[in-house]
Design a protein around this ligand. Structure first.
Ligand code: CAA
Ligand code: NAD
Length: 294
């Protein structure tokens, strides 16, 4: 099956990146948000990325203009009804996701593939809210989407081989490297990454070392591009808190349980980079570790 038009649900951290890479690859792309200000924020991030690429001589002004001509923002779900593939990237909340999937299931033609970018929910928990379980799969992108090559293509017990083949081809066409994963909570990468990130918070809680030194340890000791606490701020502490709760609920294993410090930070509105404060304060020129009273 040929994908011509792509729909994206949510224009946040992930949805804006997915919108950008689809349009850059030549797909007409419609992105849905709940309020105009969220579309504006996502579009500002796409504009920043494309302008930087022009400045660096990686793309031409014409290519940038072509990309923008393929992107349409909307607040009306009906504008997605003629999409061949719809990638959901809204908040990590099953109820919110399923409300959208069941609306789209009745709006879209039969051939439309529905996919979720969830970090931790099982795909079957969403496919079950539709009557197209064979045309439903996971397409798990990584942050920042324009830079990270990987997409986990997630197959449920009901996903058809044709859907998987179409999604593999689609991922390659937007310059990504797809891998196949089974539909277990966290797929491959988050199954391993999430306990590591939560352990870094536990290490901080237990006073093993300072925020800076925990990060420095993993950057200089293991050559990671970012330390775990910087990465948590990058992913979003609100999103991580939802992911940890979902994975803990699924596996009932302590290593997925959200540490109390994470909960307190989310309650305080410390969401990481997106809110200007998490383990680091981003209001100045350089990030500064926050005093969390530990
Ligand atoms: N959006 C778009 N592009 C970005 C970007 C962003 N937020 N941040 C950096 N870039 C681009 C830069 O423009 C630059 O591009 P060029 O090479 O074309 O010039 C390139 O990335 C490198 O950027 P920098 O030199 O400024 O910075 P860096 O070398 O430190 O790299 C990074 C930045 C790519 C983010 C790197 O620090 C990194 O790889 N960090 C780890 C990211 C990671 O682990 N992601 C996975 C998160 S988990 C997840 O996504 C799954 C989940 O479900 C939660
Ligand atoms: P985010 O908070 O940055 O963006 C979510 C966006 O969804 C917001 O802009 C919000 O306004 C919008 N939204 C909420 N309800 C909506 C609705 N009913 N219709 C349309 N838009 C709606 O979150 P994010 O980090 O982009 O995460 C989105 C999804 O991607 C989550 O499922 C998350 O687990 C997953 N994910 C996140 C990362 C990451 O590093 N942050 C990486 C991979 C996957």
């Amino acid at each position: 099956m040929k994908i011509r038009k792509v729909g994206v649900l949510g224009c946040g951290l992930m949805g804006s990146g997915i919108t950008q890479v689809c349009a850059e690859a030549g797909y007409e792309t419609v992105v849905l948000e709940v309020e105009q200000r969220f579309l504006d924020k996502g579009f500002a991030s796409i504009e920043k990325n494309l302008s930087r690429a022009v400045e660096k001589g990686k793309i031409t002004q014409e290519a940038k203009a072509k990309t923008w001509s393929l992107i349409k923002g909307t607040l009306n779900i009906e504008d997605l009804k003629d999409c061949d593939l719809i990638i959901e990237a809204v908040v990590e909340d099953l109820k919110v996701k399923n409300e959208m999937f069941s609306r789209l299931d009745s709006l879209c033609p039969e051939h439309t593939i529905l996919a979720s970018n969830t970090s931790s929910l099982t795909i079957m928990a969403m496919a079950a809210s539709t009557k197209r379980q064979d045309r439903f799969c996971g397409l798990h992108f990584f942050n920042p989407v324009p830079v990270m090559k990987l997409v986990e293509v997630v197959r449920t017990i009901a996903t058809s081989q044709q859907t998987i083949d179409t999604c593999f081809e689609f991922c390659k066409s937007i310059g990504k490297e797809p891998i196949l994963a089974k539909d277990n909570s966290g797929f491959i990468v988050n199954l391993l990454l999430v306990p590591y990130l939560l352990d870094a918070i536990r290490a901080l809680e237990q006073g093993v070392a300072s925020i800076e030194d925990i990060d420095k340890g993993m950057v200089l000791g293991c050559n990671h591009p970012m330390g775990p606490l910087t990465l948590l701020d990058f992913v979003g502490l609100d999103t991580t808190y939802n992911i940890a709760n979902i994975m803990f609920e699924e596996y009932r294993e302590k290593r997925y349980a959200p540490p109390p410090l994470l909960k307190k930070m989310v309650l305080a509105g410390y969401y990481g980079r997106k809110s200007g404060r998490g383990f680091y304060d981003y209001s100045g020129e350089k990030p500064v570790p926050v005093d969390l009273g530990i």
